[in-house]
Write a protein that binds this ligand. Structure first.
Ligand SMILES: [Zn+2]
Length: 727
């Protein structure tokens, strides 16, 4: 062992002194990395991650095929290997020291490449460095062993590089290192299952881009480990020390058999892998409620290609594409992903009982809670602007496990109006100013809209609410509301108006509002409802938040709801019973709180019932983030309450899908299961048309064609770990 260590050290020193070796081992891969990432790595962090995974795999292969292989063939040609054989120590010891040296230089070179990609190109490694190191080590070993085989078979230094190239290029192109596998024709994809590089690229990509750990890479690690083992056995059987020696037939036959058995095993396993990442996903046999309002279709076949829905067919007319991944949904119900048009991600749904409620980690958790609950799109209708737009940018770059995020940024209100003197009472100015525009003049109002438009918000939110007779609040002047709406429409932005009374609603609709939120202080009159229907104004009654406040006032807790238990953080739930909570104290001090919220809920339900009868477009918003209105599960309460208010279950589903998407102005790509739409889909275990509460029985959630692993959604800490810099 001592001799071996000494040998390895000597080899290492020799390599580090050898300029040519230094160039090929360190400089060349770095040069390669720079060129590739400079040209192709500008498409955001996700594409940089994918690109880096491929480049690391190419470097790894190069070490085995060119470094070790050619080094050994040269040594044999110069009769150095023969001298090894005559040396007093075992020749295999010398050879393994050579392999160890190559392993160490390769690994260090790969680490340097990673560090540079991180420093210069902003590479984000979503998974753990430890997992990445293990994956790279196993990969390097596998390709070194393959390099040994070539070194054994190649006659001389002329043949060795030719053989290396013959292997290197197919492995590079077909293994997905240079071109994503999804872009290859089906036959090539089939071939790729045979190649070890496929498994290394996939493993690196999963760790770097998806934040997967080692357990999610068992197949990749096993295949690479087996490649190492089998190739090593073959190489030791075939290895030649003498330049003139040629391979006897028995050895050749033996090697061929081993490779054949191995290849068959890889083919068998690889079939499953390639199906797992096939670009075509088929949901077969379920009942599709497509969100358009049409009656459901039984035994349907939904074909998803990439992130979009390609076709929705009957079982007989559909031909399932070869190699597609199939979800058998017999007995299940398939809906478009649900959409919540009114949330406040900065609100925890707790009772402000612990500082944990206001951490970025809690926000990231709640984004996952939406996906877990089948909500694939949300609109923030008021949050600290910079934070929510930052989250939106990261969601759009594919860096977060999150629903599609829309945001209005800051909300408009009168100085001291809601939410400044209500939700934000006592909050520091910087918090209030980050989330609210308090406007007094038309000039301020218009400038505010233009600023938000420049920031790239998805809509405008105005508070047009004078509070209650018991607690009046400053209210925006009607002329300012009109100015904001006018300016927003000029910028192509839709305006949602928070209203209390029926009169607020009428004025807002006359001022040109695109959507009305809440409206639960008093009855909407027939004229206003007719006007809403006529002008196509959306109505998001946010029944869920009223019910949640009513339940809190009554002291009822939703902790027995399985969906709530599964995806709401325990601190939030326990906080809602905390005697220290200022919110709960205020609620309890409110005279007749129970009666009051009961009344508001009745008024709102009645408004919904009448609006529905008049043909007003109803969309689901929950106001989640308010105490007891949980991010995700609240959507299912909203659906149930809409049905209680008089919508049919099918109408409630349309409100949560097509209508909500139209309210967001995204009806062209979201909200229904139709060809060309983004494949955001929820599959339920029950039939919501019989009982709307079945929307909580979520079996699978698909976002943009990607099946969300609900079981492991919250265990996946990758996202939080990858972004430790958030304040
Ligand atoms: Zn709200």
């Amino acid at each position: 062992m001592n001799a071996w260590l000494t040998l390895t050290t000597i080899h290492l020193k020799l390599t580090l002194r050898d300029r040519q070796a230094l160039f090929w081992n360190y400089l060349f891969p770095l040069f390669f990395l720079f060129v590739f990432l400079s040209i192709f790595g500008r498409g955001g962090p996700r594409s940089t991650g994918i690109m880096t995974a491929g480049l690391l795999c190419i470097s790894t292969m190069a070490v085995g095929f060119f470094g070790l292989n050619i080094g050994l063939v040269t040594a044999r040609e110069r009769s150095i290997l023969r001298r090894y054989r005559l040396a007093p120590i075992h020749p295999w010891l010398i050879l393994s020291a050579e392999v160890a040296t190559n392993f160490l230089t390769a690994l260090s070179s790969l680490i340097i490449q990673l560090m540079l990609a991180k420093a210069v190109y902003g590479l984000k490694i979503a998974g753990s460095l430890w997992a990445l190191l293990v994956m790279l080590s196993v990969g390097v070993l596998a390709f070194l062993a393959l390099g040994l085989i070539i070194a054994s078979v190649a006659e001389n230094t002329k043949v060795a590089p030719v053989m290396a190239n013959l292997l290197f290029f197919p492995l590079m192109f077909l293994g997905g290192a240079a071109i994503p596998l999804e872009m290859l024709p089906p036959l090539m994809q089939k071939i790729s299952r045979w190649l070890p590089s496929t498994y290394l690229v996939d493993g690196l990509r999963r760790i770097i881009v998806d934040g997967a750990g080692l357990s999610a890479n068992l197949v990749n690690l096993t295949v690479l480990g087996l490649t190492f083992g089998v190739a090593l056995v073959i190489a030791t059987r075939l290895f030649r020390w003498e330049p003139a020696e040629s391979l006897p037939w028995s050895k050749k036959a033996w090697a061929t058999t081993v490779i054949l058995v191995f290849a068959l095993a890889a083919l068998w396993r690889g079939g499953e892998i390639s199906a797992e990442r096939s670009p075509v996903l088929v949901i077969r046999g379920g009942r599709v409620i497509d969100g358009t309002g049409r009656s459901p279709r039984d035994n349907a076949v939904v074909i998803i290609e990439g992130e979009k829905i390609k076709a929705v067919l009957g079982e007989r007319e559909a031909s399932i594409p070869d190699g597609a991944r199939i979800i058998d949904a017999r007995g299940k119900t398939i809906l478009p992903g649900l959409i919540d048009v009114h949330v406040h991600l900065g609100g925890s749904a707790g009772a402000a009982a612990s500082p944990e409620e206001y951490t970025p980690a809690r926000e990231l958790h709640d984004l996952k809670a939406y996906l877990f609950s089948g909500v694939t799109t949300i609109k923030s209708l008021g949050d600290m602007e910079d934070r929510i737009l930052d989250l939106r940018a990261r969601e759009r770059a594919g860096e977060l496990l999150a629903p599609r995020l829309f945001a209005v940024g800051k909300v408009f209100t009168a100085p001291g109006g809601h939410p400044v003197s209500t939700i934000f009472a006592g909050a520091p100015d910087f918090v209030v100013d980050a989330a609210v525009f308090q406007v007094e003049t038309e000039q301020q109002a218009r400038a505010g809209v233009r600023a938000l438009a420049a920031d790239g918000v998805d809509g405008i939110k105005v508070i047009y609410d004078g509070g209650t007779p018991e607690r009046p609040l400053p209210k925006l002047h009607g002329s300012l509301l009109a100015a904001i709406i006018d300016e927003a429409h000029k910028a192509g932005l839709r305006v949602s108006v928070h209203c209390g009374t029926g009169q607020d609603v009428r004025e807002a609709v006359l001022a040109g509002a695109d959507g009305i939120e809440h409206a639960d202080q008093d009855d909407l009159d027939d004229h206003t409802i007719a006007l809403m229907a006529e002008r196509g104004v959306f109505y998001s009654p946010t029944l869920a938040v009223i019910e949640a406040l009513l339940n809190l006032a009554k002291g009822i807790h939703a902790t027995d709801d399985p969906l709530v238990r599964a995806c709401v953080l325990p601190t939030i739930l326990t906080g809602l019973t905390s005697p220290r909570s200022p919110i709960l104290r205020r609620l309890r001090e409110l005279p007749d709180a129970v009666m009051r919220f009961e009344h508001r809920l009745q008024v709102a339900k009645m408004n919904v019932r009448r609006a529905r009868a008049a043909g007003v477009k109803i969309a689901t918003g929950t106001d989640a983030g308010n105490p007891g209105t949980f991010h995700g599960p609240a959507m299912h309460r909203e659906l149930a309450l809409l049905v209680e208010a008089g919508l049919t279950p099918l109408e409630a589903i349309v409100a949560a899908t097509r209508q909500a998407a139209n309210y967001l102005g995204a009806g062209d790509r979201l909200g229904t299961i139709e060809p060309g739409k983004l494949a955001d889909i929820v599959i339920l275990d029950g039939d919501p048309l019989k009982d709307i509460s079945a929307t909580e029985k979520i079996w699978k959630v698909i976002r943009g064609g990607q099946v969300i692993d609900r079981q492991r959604l919250f265990a996946e800490h990758a996202v939080a770990k990858a972004n430790p810099s958030i304040p």
